[in-house]
Write a protein that binds this ligand. Structure first.
Ligand code: FES
Length: 185
């Protein structure tokens, strides 16, 4: 019958070392999390500064100088590059936008498609606003609904834009029609 050897001090040493290493690792990881969490929390705050002038995902639409200083909006086609597995096609018309100069280097960009059922919204210079001829929705210059009797369920769709080096860049996208919520499609 074999006797079980008694536990010698030298047998417990590796176990103690493992415990020590585990504790140190946990402390280091905990410390890193404690430091990293507040730094990560700063990114959303700093993001607008970080991204200022960032044109990723945007297309160049016009020169800023092409916009009247009076703040009158102008309509522009949006041309994009379409790429599939075999082809790359430049300057494909994908829609149009109204762009209005709102400051020395700032613009307001509105999708020209009516959020009601998708007709093309026109600009009414005399009324200083927009008007959809299909079902008579009217919109203010900032795109909000002007006439409460307008059937459009929401105002015109604003689009993200930046002015960089004298050029206006727009993040063009389409939205679901007939919905009070603005849902990108
Ligand atoms: S599509 Fe514009 S009001 Fe109906």
């Amino acid at each position: 019958m074999s006797e079980r050897p008694s536990t010698a001090p030298s047998d417990t040493a590796p176990s103690d070392r493992r415990t020590f290493v585990s504790k140190v690792s946990a402390a280091v990881i905990g410390g890193l999390i404690t430091i990293a969490a507040p730094i990560a929390g700063l990114f959303p705050i700093l993001d607008p500064l970080r991204r200022r002038g960032d044109t990723r995902g945007m297309v160049r639409v016009t020169a800023f100088a092409a916009l009247p200083e009076s703040g009158e909006p102008r309509k522009f086609p949006v041309l994009d590059t379409l790429v599939d597995a075999w082809n790359r096609t430049d300057n494909v018309p994908v829609g149009s936008v109204y762009i209005q100069r709102t400051g020395d280097d700032s613009v307001r960009v509105l999708h020209t498609t009516c959020p009601h059922l998708g007709c093309s919204v026109g600009y009414n210079a005399a009324g200083r606003g927009y008007f959809c001829p299909c079902h008579k929705s009217s919109f203010a210059l900032d795109g909000t609904i002007a006439d409460p009797k307008s059937p459009s369920p929401r105002g015109m769709d604003p689009l993200e834009a930046v002015v960089r080096d004298g050029e206006v860049w727009v993040k063009f996208q389409n939205f679901r029609k007939g919905s009070p919520e603005r849902i990108a499609v």
